[in-house]
Design a protein around this ligand. Structure first.
Ligand code: ADP
Ligand code: MG
Length: 412
């Protein structure tokens, strides 16, 4: 259900498919019956003129027509997804009754198959729904098996064989459609995130700009006041600290909106990481966390903006520390790989991330923390992308998380 709400186009497509499906169903059903039982027997020796009088007789057609207003009712009620099941199962049910009345207790040979069934099988992939596809497949085969057993007639084998062949072809179509829709969904999801970022970006650039100036004066005056009254019991340090926090958030927001100009230099990534560790060590120690690091000996210098990259590792290390409320070890490693890239891994023993939450991590403002902003990873990812690199998060809920940053040595 959730998926449908997120992809309003799908419900529209479903309604279109249902409409086409119903049209084809009735056209096939009636033209087949008219052709086979009225026209052909009239002019040739083929066909079965008595057919129309046996079984449910006129009631067969009335019952099939009645499916239509009920389908319309489902559509009005806002459940178009039910219609395809309803029409299929309704038709199969009517057909079974009709066949039983026609053949049970008589020695008329079972005349098999109706072209409408083939329509069901062929149309199933259009709905791109595996459950429906299997309902149709097993429904039709089940019907013939049931009739075969009840009527003690082996003539059902032929239609079963034909149906199975068609199911196989249909299945290939369904799989293709499925992977097609899957990739469309991914594109749509990406677009959704991008759109959100674009809106936030414009707002952030405008608001951030306006906030930064008054914030600077506030901080300046707070510092002045603090110097004037350096009393231990006053709140100036907290005021200054909180102003810094606002500044931090505004900077994050502004980065998403308008990535800043880069200052590219050849930098030793080991130095950057060691610097970040030294910044975060105090907070880590206070929580009983040990940070270990190991660097490959042949680590090359990489092209990057040193300030921005520090921001990346501060954000990632901060997340790791915040996830480890009960202490533990954070392991950082950096090694070059064969593709002229450097791979940095930050592995923590924290709370981990639930699988269903992983896709939210790069959505702005997604946070599970009380004082969180949900911007850290967005900015981090953006900086890494701007460096032509790659960010990967792997996590086991309750066990820990490994974040891997891959950065190219040179920008090509
Ligand atoms: P914030 O830290 O402000 O919440 P982030 O963008 O840095 O924002 O992180 C978003 C969310 O991703 C966090 O709230 C947390 O749920 C999850 N997360 C990120 N890193 C980790 C980690 N190392 N371990 C567990 N959860 C994490
Ligand atoms: Mg964070």
């Amino acid at each position: 259900m959730d998926e449908r709400r997120r992809f309003p186009n799908l419900i529209y497509e479903e309604k279109k498919a249902i409409k086409l499906f119903l049209w084809l169903f009735y056209i096939f059903f009636f033209s087949y019956n008219v052709l086979w039982y009225l026209i052909i027997p009239k002019y040739t020796n083929f066909g079965d003129q008595d057919y129309l009088k046996q079984g449910l007789g006129d009631w067969l057609y009335i019952a099939v027509i009645v499916l239509l207003p009920i389908s319309y009712f489902f559509k009005k009620k806002g459940s178009p997804y039910i219609i395809k099941y309803f029409v299929f199962l309704g038709y199969i049910f009517i057909d079974i009754i009709d066949n039983l009345l026609r053949y049970l207790g008589t020695d008329t040979p079972f005349a098999s198959g109706n072209i409408v069934e083939l329509l069901f099988v062929f149309f199933a992939p259009i709905f791109v729904n595996k459950r429906y596809f299997w309902t149709v497949s097993f429904g039709i085969i089940g019907k013939y098996l049931f009739l075969g057993i009840v009527l003690q007639d082996t003539d059902v084998i032929m239609p079963i064989a034909v149906t199975i062949i068609l199911i196989a072809i249909s299945f290939i179509l369904l799989s293709r459609f499925n992977s097609y829709i899957e990739s469309l969904k991914n594109v749509y999801e990406e677009l959704r995130i991008k759109e959100k970022q674009a809106v936030i970006g414009q707002m952030a650039a405008a608001i951030g700009h306006e906030i930064k100036n008054p914030l600077a004066s506030l901080k300046g005056f707070a510092q002045l006041q603090y110097e004037k009254f350096p009393d231990k019991s006053n709140y100036y340090p907290i005021i200054i600290q909180e102003i810094d926090r606002i500044d931090f958030i505004v900077n994050d927001l502004m980065y998403i909106g308008k990535p800043k100009a880069f200052q590219i230099e050849k930098v030793n990534i080991k130095q950057i990481i060691n610097y970040t560790i030294s910044l975060m060590e105090q907070q880590a120690e206070a929580q009983g966390i040990e940070i270990t690091s190991s660097f490959a000996k042949n680590l090359p210098l990489i092209e990057c903006d040193d300030k921005h990259l520090k921001q990346v590792f501060i954000n990632l290390l901060k997340n790791a520390i915040e996830a480890m409320t009960e202490g533990g070890v954070i392991k950082i490693t950096a090694v070059p790989n064969e593709e002229e890239k450097v791979v940095v891994s930050i592995k923590d023993e924290g709370c981990g991330i639930k699988e269903e939450d992983i896709s939210n991590l790069l959505v702005p403002f997604y946070t599970t923390k009380k004082g969180g902003t949900g911007l850290g990873l967005v900015v981090t990812n953006q900086i890494i992308k701007d460096h032509h690199g790659d960010l990967k998060l792997e996590s086991t809920f309750g066990k820990g998380t490994e974040v891997t940053v891959t950065l190219p040595i040179e920008w090509k």
